[in-house]
Write a protein that binds this ligand. Structure first.
Ligand SMILES: C[S@@+](CC[C@H](N)C(=O)[O-])C[C@H]1O[C@@H](n2cnc3c(N)ncnc32)[C@H](O)[C@@H]1O
Length: 361
């Protein structure tokens, strides 16, 4: 782990040296840096090519993918990601505040206010407060879903908005369910929790209290008897995913499912860590913090260095804003807009991507 943590720092020092002009003074280095950007371009093209291949959007347990900086199969990634979030579920909210100095709250508030749930200016009638069904995928402990309900019910005065929180991990959902007990009763009534893999929303099951490994007082239940059901085609008005999609084994498969379940005119919205490389100093500080401090805080606060090492590596491996925007477009969404289909937050440390399922789909 120490070696893995040190590697990005070495790369950063090399990049800084290149920027200081060492490369310009040495033709060999110029050549090296040109071949690096050619290799990066080739890698982006192949990532894009695999995303546009329809076969790639079908989950395949033995297909290679990555888990942080390691190459693993899709099935192994799913298992290891499950292990990470089961380990961090109890400390997840506290750690989020410590790792981001509370910034994740600002990003989430902004994300939700930009979507303005409960208010649809595009309705033909006089009242824009139409019923809405929001699906919060990889919803974890509920941060996005709770904000959605608050904005829709309390700010926009629209009680006809319901939110389904869906996550593959029952431990995360159980923490969310406990937290939801402090919401007003009307908001609790508009909330439901389901277990599902975002890559296949044809198999979801309601979260029973008994599924939670974090509630030891619950009676044991045989999960295999729990009936599964499908999220129907064209049934969702707004699909959100915050800080979840980089953990998926097969992102094109998840985008294909998002497209399937959204109504024509429905919106896909994603908040995710991204690339801050337009601002080299911010980027360098951010990477130092991520690779040096976060795994250490994970070890000291949550007693789990490896899970937090994975979280920072997974951020590094996630596609750039433009690559991810193109993947969303390849799934069939309309991604045009003033910002080219995405919006950087805090210089690109995080970004919001949005896409609309065509109205004539
Ligand atoms: C970093 S947490 C984000 C939780 C929440 N959205 C938030 O913003 O606080 C990532 C979540 O993604 C979930 N996840 C990972 N892989 C998934 C998959 N294939 N399908 C659904 N959820 C998944 C994890 O279980 C975890 O709860």
């Amino acid at each position: 782990m120490a070696t893995a943590a040190a590697r990005p720092a070495v790369l950063l020092r090399r990049a800084a040296a290149l920027k200081r002009g060492v490369a310009a003074a040495c033709p060999e280095h110029v050549q090296l840096s040109r071949s690096f950007s050619a290799a990066h371009q080739a890698q982006s093209q192949s990532q894009r090519a695999s995303a546009t291949n329809p076969d790639y959007a079908i989950p395949n347990p033995s297909r290679p993918t990555h888990f942080g900086f390691e190459t693993v199969t899709e099935a192994e990634k799913r298992e290891r990601v499950a292990g990470v979030f089961t380990n961090v579920a109890e400390s997840y909210d506290r750690m989020n505040d410590m790792m981001s100095f509370g910034w994740h709250r600002v990003w989430k508030d902004y994300f939700v206010s930009s979507l303005n749930p409960g208010f649809s200016p595009l309705t033909s009638g006089p009242d824009p407060r139409v019923p809405q069904h929001i699906l919060d995928i990889a919803g974890g402990t509920g941060d996005i879903a709770f904000r959605m309900l608050h904005t829709a019910h309390a700010v926009n005065g629209n009680p006809d908005v319901r939110v389904t929180i869906s996550d593959i991990n029952p431990a995360m959902l159980s923490v969310g369910k406990q937290r939801s007990r402090t919401l007003p009763a009307s908001q609790q009534a508009a909330l439901s929790f389901v277990e599902a893999n975002a890559e296949d929303l044809t198999k979801t099951k309601p979260l029973g209290m008994s599924l939670s490994p974090t509630t030891p007082t619950s009676p044991p239940v045989n999960n295999s008897t729990t009936a599964t059901s499908s999220i129907p085609d064209n049934s969702i008005d707004l699909y959100t995913v915050a800080f979840g999609i980089r953990n998926f084994s097969n992102i094109p498969a998840a985008l294909r499912e998002a497209y399937r379940v959204l109504k024509p005119g429905g919106v896909f919205a994603c908040l995710e860590f991204s690339k801050a490389d337009k601002y080299p100093i911010l980027n360098a500080l951010y990477k130092e913090w991520s690779f040096r401090a976060i795994p250490l805080i994970g070890q000291l606060v949550a007693g789990d260095r490896d899970s937090y090492q994975y979280l920072v590596e997974s951020i590094e491996r996630f596609p750039s804003q433009e690559e991810f925007r193109d993947m969303i477009a390849d799934a069939g969404f309309v991604v045009s807009g003033a910002n080219g289909g995405y919006e950087d937050l805090t210089g690109g440390v995080a970004a919001i991507h949005k896409g609309m399922k065509p109205r004539d789909a």
